[in-house]
Write a protein that binds this ligand. Structure first.
Ligand SMILES: Cc1cc2nc3c(=O)[nH]c(=O)nc-3n(C[C@H](O)[C@H](O)[C@H](O)COP(=O)(O)OP(=O)(O)OC[C@H]3O[C@@H](n4cnc5c(N)ncnc54)[C@H](O)[C@@H]3O)c2cc1C
Length: 388
């Protein structure tokens, strides 16, 4: 009997975890390696919640990918018997005079078969009177969207991987000579060597440091502050059964997730923060950021005006210059795949990315040009989209 192909997947976040699971289903031997474990607090997937939505603006592959991923999340949720998708709906409020992003999202949603409603400002207020709609021109409501339990999902995917016969090593892959040395195998932090037939590096914000020549500054980690405000005692208007996930597309893009699991009302500004080191960065939010978010919350949700801050998180986006994902072979090592660049919106696509990467790694298929590394030579470096 010929021995099974052995694939090493480095990184057990949203992209690596799902890739490892999908690879196992192809009757492949898979070793998953992570420095700190699935959904750890340094990783970009390490937070309690992530938004699931299809509204993405014009000319992009993500509305269709999100629709496919939503089906996969639902299927897996049913298989696992655990809820990871909270169908609160997603309300995307168009508040600036330029609503091109929202207008051009509509045909993309239609084409992908994503359910949506167009609401007027008044319509929003009627349904959710806790929102001040003063400047809301109109809104897109996706009733099937909502939020995913992020850390929990990473851990469940990992458990399923182990149950299905996957192998795991908690160790860091040392960054030495990966650009041309993968053929000799990987050196791990415990001093051991790991050799496989193929390698998938799904190392989120660390990808540039591991591959300084191929990725380098193409994946730039930025500090993102996240705030959780306490809701008034006994008041459930800001909890998940009364309020959808919401996004406010104004001069800056602000979004929030209703209170869940007894935690607070989550609010964050999607504007890219300062550069951040995912290993050594101290995860403390900025005072200025807190003040700006407080002012915003008081305006948009008047009943939350004096809400106390009850928790904070600092995460990092792993941004590419155009905010598109990177899914491609290494330029000189045919058996090495590089996967990442979630750019603040990758989590929802986890199962779709895992399915795609497993197929690419095992079959001779063309990579979608949007995700190829070659695009950066001719790239429009101005970027296009917002996160979440
Ligand atoms: C604040 C915030 C809000 C977001 N909101 C949304 C949202 O609402 N919706 C959405 O879809 N997306 C959102 N995102 C983006 C999304 O979370 C990320 O794009 C996605 O989780 C990235 O997953 P990943 O697997 O590429 O990276 P990661 O989750 O960072 O995983 C990489 C893994 O690699 C491991 N690793 C790294 N280097 C090594 C090494 N040398 N050896 C071994 N292991 C290593 C790490 O420990 C880590 O576990 C948000 C991100 C942030 C930070």
């Amino acid at each position: 009997m010929p021995s099974k192909t052995h694939v090493a997947v480095i990184g057990a976040g949203a992209f690596g975890g799902w890739t490892a699971l999908y690879l196992l289903r192809r009757n492949v031997r898979v070793t998953l390696v992570d420095a700190w474990g699935p959904g750890n607090s340094r990783s970009s997937s390490g937070g309690e919640t992530r938004i699931m939505r299809g509204t993405y603006g014009p000319n992009q592959p993500y509305t269709k990918m999100a629709a496919h991923a939503l089906r996969l999340w639902k299927e897996h949720e049913a298989q696992w018997g655990v809820q990871v998708l909270h169908r609160t709906g997603v309300l995307w409020m168009a508040t600036s005079a330029d609503d091109q992003f929202e207008r051009s999202s509509l045909p993309m949603l239609r084409d992908a078969g994503v359910a949506y409603e167009e609401l007027s400002g008044k319509g929003v207020s009627k349904r959710w009177p806790q929102i001040n709609v003063e400047d809301v021109r109109w809104a897109i409501y996706e009733p099937e969207g909502g939020f995913l339990s992020a850390r929990l999902a990473c851990q469940i995917v990992f458990d399923q991987f182990m149950k299905a016969g996957g192998e795991y090593k908690q160790a860091a892959v040392l960054p030495h000579d990966l650009e041309d040395g993968v053929r000799q195998g990987l050196t791990l932090s415990d001093g051991s060597k790991l050799t496989a037939d193929r390698y998938v590096f799904a190392c989120g914000p660390w990808l540039g440091k591991l591959f300084p020549e191929t990725i380098g500054r193409l994946v730039r980690p930025t500090k993102q502050d996240v705030f959780f405000f306490g809701t008034p005692a006994g008041d459930d208007r800001f909890a998940e059964h009364k309020l959808p996930v919401w996004a406010d597309h104004r001069d800056r893009f602000i979004y929030g997730i209703p209170a869940t699991d007894g935690r607070g009302f989550k609010v964050a500004d999607d504007t890219r923060g300062a550069e951040f080191d995912p290993t050594s960065g101290e995860r403390v939010v900025s005072e200025d950021g807190l003040k700006a978010i407080r002012d915003y919350v008081a305006f948009r949700f008047p009943a939350m005006k004096d809400a106390r801050l009850i928790e904070t998180r600092v995460c990092q986006y792993e941004n590419t210059p155009d905010n598109h994902l990177i899914i491609d072979r290494h330029g000189t090592a045919e058996n090495v795949w590089l996967v990442g660049g979630g750019s603040g919106h990758g989590f929802k696509h986890g199962p779709a990315v895992g399915e795609m990467v497993a197929e690419l790694a095992m079959e001779r298929k063309e990579v979608n040009p949007t995700f190829q590394l070659a695009r950066f030579r001719k790239a429009d470096l101005l970027g296009q989209d917002s996160g979440c």
